[in-house]
Design a binder for this molecule. Structure first.
Ligand code: XMP
Ligand code: MG
Length: 179
């Protein structure tokens, strides 16, 4: 079973659910009356985003972008490109960009730069996980679920070679799996 591939479970299903619920309550207060556009970064954000928006009680709209980075997680070339663009215009909108993990920061830095050119009223970042030790760009998220150590984590949308996304918990993958 997939659980055998985990070195440890970092956050259980219940802990993840409780944290996302609390984030939703915070976002409900912060975006009251603003009809934010919640933008998910495919594919990693989809499970977090689905849980998050269901815990937000104020009206919102949804859209998606996708980014591709070349090179593997271990040996990133640092080049990131937007591969799928928004359907909607964001000029004057309050945009909340939702991602699974803020790691080196290259992906979100690139997306923030692109989206800011379109003059949103505001642009904030919401991530399930933050791994500050690996940061190579100057970027911080406005909303963070959990701060994690520098280990390869999977579950709740995060994958290794497209696997493990469906795990309901955040697990640390055994290094033997990816080495
Ligand atoms: P950057 O480095 O651009 O990373 O902030 C963003 C993307 O890298 C992937 N990533 C991970 N995926 N476990 C994963 O499953 C991890 O520990 C991890 N660290 C980075 C992820 O796709 C993220 O969107
Ligand atoms: Mg990703």
């Amino acid at each position: 079973m997939m659980e055998e591939d985990m070195k440890a479970i970092l956050y259980t299903k219940e802990e993840v659910a409780a944290r996302i619920q609390a984030m939703g309550e915070q976002l409900t207060r912060d975006y009251q009356g603003e009809l934010p556009l919640v933008v998910g970064v495919l594919r990693g954000s989809f499970i977090f985003m689905a849980d998050l928006v269901r815990s937000i009680q104020t009206p919102l709209e949804l859209d998606f972008v996708a980014a591709s980075s070349y090179g593997s997680w271990a040996v990133s070339t640092g080049t990131v490109e937007m591969r799928l663009d928004l359907e909607k215009e964001i000029i004057g909108r309050h945009v909340l960009l939702v991602e699974d993990i803020l790691d080196t920061g290259r992906t979100l830095s690139k997306l923030v730069t692109e989206l800011k050119k379109r003059h949103p009223a505001s642009l904030k970042l919401c991530v399930l996980l933050d791994k500050p030790e690996r940061r190579v760009t100057e970027i911080e998220a406005d909303y963070v679920g959990f701060t994690v150590p520098d280990e390869f984590v999977v579950g709740c949308g995060l994958d290794f070679n497209q696997k493990y996304r469906q795990l309901p918990y955040i697990g640390i993958l055994k290094p033997s799996i990816y080495q």
